[in-house]
Write a new protein. Structure first.
Length: 106
């Protein structure tokens, strides 16, 4: 995993923070599938993800319409439902408009 290469702002970030429950059977496979599917969606720009007890995934999107379309994707809806019923102890989703970004690259 590396830092996502995003375009010049503005664009949107969906920040998904979670803590897993004790029932994680199938979670890794579904997480991989969601990345694969998200990458195929119009307006997807990239993502970054880390897990060290607390999981944080940030996906980047061209606009709010792309985010809404991804939220309505049938497999994504199934994954979200299973997450609520089984995989997550708690989670929070935040949507933010990125108005500027900057960085450093050696």
């Amino acid at each position: 995993m590396s830092i996502a290469k995003t375009p010049t702002p503005p664009y949107y970030a969906v920040i998904f923070t979670n803590e897993l429950s004790d029932q994680v059977d199938g979670y890794g496979e579904m997480a991989d599938r969601m990345v694969e599917l998200a990458q195929q969606q119009p307006g997807y720009l990239g993502h970054e993800s880390v897990r060290d007890g607390l999981g944080i995934t940030i996906s980047y999107w061209q606009d709010e319409a792309a985010i809404a379309a991804w939220k309505q994707h049938a497999e994504h809806q199934l994954a979200r439902q299973t997450g609520r019923e089984k995989w997550y102890q708690t989670f929070k989703t935040r949507v933010a408009k990125v108005e500027r970004d900057y960085g450093f690259n050696r």
